[in-house]
Design a protein around this ligand. Sequence first.
Ligand code: HEC
Ligand code: HEC
Ligand code: HEC
Ligand code: HEC
Ligand code: HEC
Ligand code: HEC
Ligand code: HEC
Length: 382
Amino acid sequence: MIGTGIDWRSLVRRGFAVVVIICLAVSWWVMVLPGTEPVTTHFSNGHPPVSPDRCAVCHVQQSQSLQQAPHTITLQRGSDDLVAQSFGGQTFQDPQANGVVDRFEIRDHQLWRHSPALPDPVPIDWVFGSGQHARTPVTVLPDPSGRIEVVEHRLSWYPGVGIDLTLGMSDKSPPKPGWHGVGKRLNADDAADCFGCHSAWLPSPDGRLDLARIQPGVRCSRCHQEGDAHLQSANAGQPEFSQPRWKELSPLESIRRCGECHRRDDQMTPYELRTTNPLLVRFAPVGISQSPCFTRQDRLAPTETGGKLRLDCLTCHDPHRAAETRSEYYTARCITCHTGQAGRAVHCSDKDASQNCLECHMPKIEVQPHLRFTDHWIRARE
Ligand code: HEC
Ligand code: HEC
Ligand code: HEC
Ligand code: HEC
Ligand code: HEC
Ligand code: HEC
Ligand code: HEC
């Protein structure tokens, strides 16, 4: 007797499909979920920090260069001039909604969006992003318990391009009517995280954000927590510091402090720390922490003057100003260490020192149209 009615081939095929689905689900879980949780330590109650204007009295240079730097203008109100310049009068024909037109308008010094998803225009309360890479509008909605939720709009402004879809919102489904068609609704905790990384001080009495008193932008007090004490002692002619100075931090402590916002290596699982993980390109401290230049810097001999060759963010960036764009500037940094001499890092085995090192070892990677980031995981690539 044969013919039990079991189709073994189809069973095997189905079993195989199930295994593949489970594997994909597990790898998505491992890759996407852990580590994307940001560390936000700055829900700062108590006194507001010292105003940057007061620091400017003595530190003219840092204050001037920071005035228009991406750190300072990374969060602006919907009534700000820079916001008006980029969004005012702009339109967008949505390819996902039969070319329906979306429109931004400045009215009474305030930015509004006319979205086909809602009958009335929506006010834009805040704009995230300095415009160096992008600007994304956000509308504040108090939730029923009085906490603040936000809608991150699905349209952003890109320099040299104008309006297009926001990073992570380019799914192919057409926008639905209602708030979901306007953008992504974020709960109160996620909304607080957005403001937390884009501001110097974020008061939240009883766990409710007080956006009227926020100090928007990454300003002096966010990176120099000495504040009041330093100010008083400096005024008395004896400047003191209660916090360790940046140069007293180890390279790892230093990059992790920047990583509070730029993301840290210890927020990632070992599985996520792979050169093939596309998410890491945006997270400079994670890439730097994995680079042989960083992990093997201890083997470098002292300089002639007894100083130390050091790799952290400050080797290549002044946090008080926009990132330098000339490749020669960065190549000069590389070859302070890569001289090929004893006690220094080795020469390139492929090209000589006159070449632009970035093209091959720190290339810019497009994470979506109009948005490119520099891969900070310095390495020899195929
Ligand atoms: C009355 C003048 C004065 C004011 C106002 C002032 N500082 Fe200073 N600050 C000084 C002097 C003088 C030094 C140099 C002392 C030293 O490096 O030992 C200094 C040094 C510093 C340093 C360098 C520390 C290092 O790593 O070497 C930082 C950072 C700093 N100030 C930040 C601030 C911030 C932030 C504010 C505003 C909250 C501020 N200062 C306000 C006078 C002032
Ligand atoms: C409070 C959060 C926060 C901290 C702390 C922070 N950053 Fe940033 N940083 C940002 C944000 C937000 C931006 C995006 C600015 C924009 O909108 O273009 C940024 C942008 C930058 C840029 C790009 C500037 C450009 O021209 O595009 C550099 C470089 C940078 N940060 C370096 C640093 C370094 C170095 C440190 C540590 C000393 C640091 N950041 C600490 C939040 C932070
Ligand atoms: C953990 C800290 C952190 C959180 C939370 C965060 N950001 Fe940022 N954001 C940054 C840093 C750092 C940069 C600059 C480097 C980069 O682009 O990743 C940045 C850059 C940006 C930019 C400029 C474009 C770009 O990609 O460079 C926009 C727009 C932006 N963030 C919007 C938001 C919004 C909206 C939220 C909430 C949904 C948010 N951010 C949450 C840290 C954060
Ligand atoms: C994004 C973080 C960040 C912000 C914002 C920031 N600083 Fe700094 N600042 C640093 C770091 C990091 C150093 C150490 C630089 C180094 O060692 O090369 C530093 C160094 C300094 C120094 C010592 C002199 C120097 O350049 O090494 C002074 C003074 C100073 N900052 C003042 C200010 C003032 C005033 C503001 C606000 C107008 C400010 N900083 C905003 C991160 C920041
Ligand atoms: C503070 C010193 C320092 C700086 C600055 C530096 N490196 Fe390195 N780099 C090292 C050390 C140390 C190693 C380990 C190999 C060795 O000891 O020679 C290394 C290794 C490398 C490697 C080999 C990586 C591998 O996969 O094995 C490359 C490629 C590299 N560096 C490129 C660069 C480039 C490009 C720059 C500039 C953008 C740069 N480095 C800046 C110190 C540095
Ligand atoms: C060896 C040099 C080097 C070091 C060290 C370095 N960067 Fe960069 N960084 C670059 C270069 C090159 C660019 C691209 C500049 C350009 O052309 O606009 C860049 C750009 C950036 C940008 C702008 C967005 C992007 O990806 O292009 C941010 C943000 C940034 N760096 C943050 C950091 C932080 C935070 C650290 C410390 C963890 C750091 N960088 C350390 C070389 C460096
Ligand atoms: C045209 C692309 C290109 C440029 C430009 C380039 N490199 Fe390389 N580099 C490579 C390749 C490819 C390798 C790996 C060669 C191999 O595997 O033998 C490499 C290897 C290296 C290594 C590892 C050497 C070893 O023996 O392990 C270092 C260090 C390095 N490069 C540094 C630099 C520096 C610094 C610059 C700028 C002065 C630079 N490279 C410019 C392509 C380039």
